[in-house]
Write a protein that binds this ligand. Sequence first.
Ligand code: BJW
Length: 247
Amino acid sequence: MSDSAIRQAAVWLARASRVCVSSGAGMSAESGIPTFRDKDGLWSQARPEEMATPEAFERDPHKVWEWYRWRRAKLATIGPHAGHRMLAEWEERIDDFVVVTQNIDGLHHAAGSQKVIELHGRLDLVRCVGCTYEQQGLDDLGPEPHCPQCGAWLRPGVVWFGELLPPGALEAAFDAARRCELLLVIGTSGVVQPAASLVDAAKAYGAAIIEVNPNPSELSSLADVCVRSGCKDALPAIDAQWRRLGS
Ligand code: BJW
């Protein structure tokens, strides 16, 4: 981990009163949830077009549910790590601190963050394809979950490719990106739109960009500072440096 990148991140955080975080699957990797596009990521075992599109669900809901049941069961056994908890603490220290996440695992909320915008829905939510019924929780709903109200299929409450993001979420996310002085981009490859464009929006409005990612991403060239480390260690390291600035 580069000391100068950590120090610069700490200096900017200490000075900032408007901060936005854009997090992706790498944020949860050290909690035990695989990312999508890394070597052993989810897309190395399953094809996105067979699991994460509305057409795939129409074609074979059993197959799609098998995958989501496995992921829901896994999520039920894990929790946030020190990096998630650091962001929740920074929210208390910084006036305007918003987390925009592509993650569906709810771990930012579980760590105590309150201002979280979830762009791709929630794994612990299911909704009916035929009516407005929704249900929260990670209970095993069996291989063929159907709506208790109208009998249609229930589906995972996540955003698949080709689907619109939850109403209001995108607008709120771009508002946060445009008004921030500092954008922390944590654990995303930056290939999925429209989330990836938050960085362009923040930069166009004058924000400094810090990337926290052990690997280069599609967004690295836009970053002013890159912390090349896993976020579980990097975020507490930035915090420790921030505390040293004050002493
Ligand atoms: C670490 C780490 C550690 C590892 N610490 N870091 C414009 C241009 C081209 C295409 C489009 C476009 N606009 C829209 C599209 C289409 C599409 C899209 O973006 N396609 C591209 C892939 C080409 N977008 C959509 O369809 C979106 N809808 C939409 O735009 O609606 C309007 C519209 C529709 C149709 C046409 C045009 C407009 C919806 C996108 C939904 C994405 N859904 C998924 C699945 C969610 C449900 C589920 O999980 O089952 O969301 S796909 C998957 O990718 C998931 C993620 O949220 C998303 C992003 O992945 P992420 O988080 O970046 O993870 P990885 O694995 O890619 O990267 C992990 C990173 O972590 C790596 O960099 C590692 O190095 C790093 N890392 N360990 C820190 N410890």
